[in-house]
Design a binder for this molecule. Structure first.
Ligand code: SAH
Ligand code: SF4
Length: 431
């Protein structure tokens, strides 16, 4: 989501006439789009900022901006810490960058962190890829997971209308994009805040309805979406993914913990049994679907036994990929105030044990690709071996194979898999 925000803001800057430079020390304007999901993400910006703030002393016309979740969380305090800053701007204000910069150029120091209605974006993002694109469908999050800073910094849920989403994707199709990933912190919440109910009393605009509405956009061959929440994941959605040929068989459904008491303390609103049922259901419809997730170790009070339940879930489900993290206390969240914090050494020990299991299971899952013929959407050259190109299978496995990027970029290619690794594959074009 941060990448999508960065691309939108870069688009606004480009539209204003700014151009991009590789070397930050040459830049006349620097925008740091920040993340505060864990402390180590937050700390990064301070180290970068220090250097540029110093440069500003000899180069007063340098414009320094901090956007994103650290900006939202720290607000005015950030100005006190780094007085050289010109603009501090929360994620909800991303589309207002041009207006806010005008105020800066008029000599003001601006802090924009108030909760606002997010404006439809009229400028085109400066997208990193010409093949795959991010498309926000819902901003913010109304959940209250006790460890999580997102609702504080990204505000209340705001869905975009189906028509504006479709218009963006139609334009992407016309520009030659082949794949879109629909984005939301809790994408299953899509449409809850839009008006309209059906005859049976459910919301008129749900993620499932949106997928049907987007499924025939010309040129777009693949549709993905993230992030799913187990609390709201429906069989209707699974059915749609099965039925609609463009929806890829890959589901990113964080479970966070395999222990019911920890899940409760996290405020997640489901049990590990429910999570397992969702995955079973997906596999009933699509036996080969890839499943990925996020998990946290060392949530306050987590015992060794409770951690074992997470290992057990990972062992049983066999994820294709799992993003793991040691619990990091975040300002303004209930879990940060809990008295029973887990020691850092215990957290890092659990993290490495979990990562070890994840790699083993992912390698097992990769085995099924051996000798298979997979459809790969070519995105780029392999940076480590320029005689190869790289792309992803429908199930989101990174795949390398010999070929020329000038000929293959943006093409769907049948590839015979000859080598499998835990998180990637190698093959050759299948004629
Ligand atoms: N909206 C998504 C993900 C949000 S943040 C969801 O509900 O799953 C991405 C991931 O960061 C989370 O899934 C969680 O695993 C991790 N995360 C969030 N807060 C964290 C914290 N305080 N410490 C460690 N990991 C955290
Ligand atoms: Fe954070 Fe929970 Fe919202 Fe995800 S659903 S962004 S983890 S509060």
């Amino acid at each position: 989501m941060n990448k999508a925000d960065s691309e939108r803001m870069a688009g606004i800057l480009e539209n204003m006439g700014w151009c991009y430079t590789e070397n930050p020390d040459d830049a006349k304007l620097i925008l740091y789009n920040t993340c505060t999901i864990r402390d180590n993400a937050e700390q990064k910006v301070y180290s970068y900022l220090g250097r540029q703030a110093k440069r500003k002393h000899s180069q007063p016309d340098l414009t320094l901006i901090v956007t994103g979740c650290v900006a939202q969380q720290e607000g005015e305090q950030l100005l006190r810490r780094v007085p050289e800053l010109d603009l501090v701007m929360g994620p909800q204000h991303a589309n207002r960058l041009e207006d806010l910069l005008q105020q800066v150029f008029n000599g003001e120091q601006v802090v924009a962190t108030e909760e606002i209605h997010i404006l439809e974006d009229i400028t085109k993002p400066r997208r990193d890829s010409k093949v795959t694109a991010w498309v926000n469908i819902i901003y913010g999050c109304n959940e209250r997971c006790t460890y999580c800073v997102v609702p504080n910094v990204r505000g209340k849920e705001q869905s975009r209308t189906p028509d504006s989403i479709r218009a963006e994707i139609v334009a992407l199709g016309e520009q030659g994009y082949k794949e879109v990933t629909l984005l939301g912190q809790n994408i299953d919440a899509y449409g809850r805040d839009l008006p309209g109910v059906t005859a049976t009393g459910r919301h008129k605009h749900t993620l499932t309805d949106l997928l049907y509405y987007l499924s025939d956009v010309p040129g777009i061959e693949r549709i993905r979406f993230a992030t799913s929440h187990p609390r709201y994941f429906t069989e209707r959605l699974i059915h749609a993914c099965h039925e609609l040929p463009k929806i890829c068989e890959h589901f990113h459904i964080p479970f966070q913990s395999g222990d019911n008491d920890i899940l409760k303390a996290m405020g997640r609103g489901y049990t590990h049994e429910k999570y397992r049922r969702i995955i079973e259901k997906i596999r009933e419809y699509m036996p080969d679907a890839a499943i990925s997730a996020d998990a946290i170790v060392g949530f306050p009070g987590e015992t060794e036994e409770q951690f074992q339940n997470t290992l057990e879930l990972v062992e049983d489900i066999g994820f294709d990929q799992l993003n793991t993290a040691a619990y990091s206390p975040r300002p303004g969240t209930p879990a940060a105030l809990m008295q029973n914090q887990v020691e850092e050494e215990v957290k890092s020990d659990r993290l490495s044990r979990l990562n070890h299991l994840v790699a083993t299971k992912a390698a097992e899952r990769s085995q099924r690709y051996q000798e298979r013929i997979e459809e790969v959407l070519v995105e780029d050259q392999n940076p480590k071996d320029t005689s190869q190109v790289m792309g992803r299978t429908r199930t989101n496995r990174l795949t390398f194979f010999p070929g020329k990027i000038e000929e293959l970029k943006g093409k769907l290619v049948k590839v015979k898999i000859t080598q499998v690794r835990a998180f990637s594959l190698t093959g050759t074009i299948y004629q």
